[in-house]
Design a protein around this ligand. Structure first.
Ligand code: ADE
Length: 364
């Protein structure tokens, strides 16, 4: 260890650590260390059924689509629910799309559920693909999902590249600003061609359980001997935080016509929760008042507004919606709420009605 003046004098700042290229001679020992760790500490997850490299492709595919927007802990619950409803690709293909959207409730990005359904239709007719290219040709299957299923279920040597992989590789190489192309190239180099499925799962598990974003447990890490970020003494500073795109604030008004069991529901259009059913909603346009948006909405439905029920908010990756919900009288026929696929935002809005009822009937 060299102690440079900057280590002892002045404000503490990360020591300079040049990025290094792992030598090809390091690879066998590095791969073996990580795979040995994975054999001992890899997570037992419900989609990891079947032998290594021969996982059940249907379960792997569904789990990978789900986990693109959900943490593993919550993803497990959604996965079990989806698999209970659609245990095989045939069952999924034959199900009505409404039932698929209903089972996807809470998982967000409903276009993914629509693509799952469409792809299941293709697989029911043409069979389940056995290669990366075959998977990639299905609706909604991008390079990440195709690499995951091809490696985990078909034993094909394809490296996955997700947030966990990015962090592990950035730290291993001491790269502060890893680009997508850089991560994919490093992942391809490291991938164990003899055990691609186990390798991909091992890197994902290491990122999720040891090489964690804020407080990595380097003392337990199978890759510490090769890790530039570990040697720097400040592993959590790799990679540098991404500059996030600003979150757009969206204001909207909704009408709850009926109650939490039976209400007027409309199919939403456009990118904002499009495709799902929901309370009739109007977006408050730039420069418009909430009152004007409500008047427009009430006129469209031919209803009289009776009062405000409250406000709910809902955060998505690039948007935060603030929805003010009003009660009203008249208008179109009410339909049962229970059978419809609703977004989390609509569940929160219906919760306002339930809370209002509870407070009306609470003992004084
Ligand atoms: N995150 C995304 N895919 C995963 C998988 N197959 N195992 C664990 N975590 C994951």
């Amino acid at each position: 260890m060299f102690w440079l003046p900057e280590d002892t004098v002045g404000p503490r700042r990360p020591r300079y650590t040049p990025p290094v290229t792992l030598s090809p001679t390091d690879l066998p020992a590095l791969r073996s260390a990580l795979l040995t760790w994975f054999g001992r500490a890899g997570r037992a997850l419900p989609w990891r059924t079947g032998p290594e490299g021969r996982r059940d492709p249907y379960r792997v595919w569904v789990s990978e689509v789900l986990l693109q927007q959900t943490q593993v802990a919550r993803g497990r619950v959604y996965f079990e629910r989806f698999l209970d409803a659609f245990p095989t690709v045939q069952v999924l293909a034959e199900a009505p799309i409404e039932a698929v959207l209903k089972a996807w409730e809470g998982c967000g990005y409903y276009a993914r559920a629509r693509n799952l359904h469409r792809a299941a239709g293709v697989m029911a007719r043409e069979g389940i693909p056995t290669t990366y290219d075959g998977w990639r040709a299905l609706p909604g299957v991008g390079p990440y999902t195709a690499a995951a299923v091809a490696s985990l279920a078909c034993g094909e040597a394809r490296a996955v590249n997700d947030g966990n992989v990015r962090r592990v590789l950035a730290r291993l190489h001491g790269e502060r600003q890893p680009t997508e192309a850089w991560v994919q190239a490093r992942a391809d180099e490291l991938l164990d061609p003899a055990r691609p499925g186990a390798w991909n799962e091992a890197v994902m598990d290491l990122g999720a359980t040891v090489c964690t974003p804020k407080a990595p447990r380097c003392g337990e890490c199978a890759l510490a001997a090769w890790c530039v970020a570990f040697r720097s003494g400040e592993p959590a500073t790799f990679p540098a935080p991404k500059v996030r795109a600003a979150v757009r604030e969206v204001r909207a008004v909704a009408l709850l016509l009926g109650d939490a069991r039976e209400a007027v529901l409309e199919r939403r259009e456009g990118t904002l929760l499009g495709g799902l059913m929901g309370l009739p909603t109007g977006v408050v346009a730039e420069g418009e008042s909430e009152r004007d948006a409500l008047t427009r909405l009430a006129a469209r439905l031919g209803v009289t507004v009776t009062g405000e029920l409250g406000t709910v908010t809902h955060g998505m990756t690039h948007r935060r919606i603030t929805l003010t919900v009003y009660g009203g009288q008249g208008g179109p026929a009410r339909t049962p709420v229970a059978g419809a696929a609703l977004s989390r935002l609509d569940h929160k809005a219906l919760g306002l009605w339930e809370r209002r009822q509870a407070s009306l009937f609470a003992p004084a």
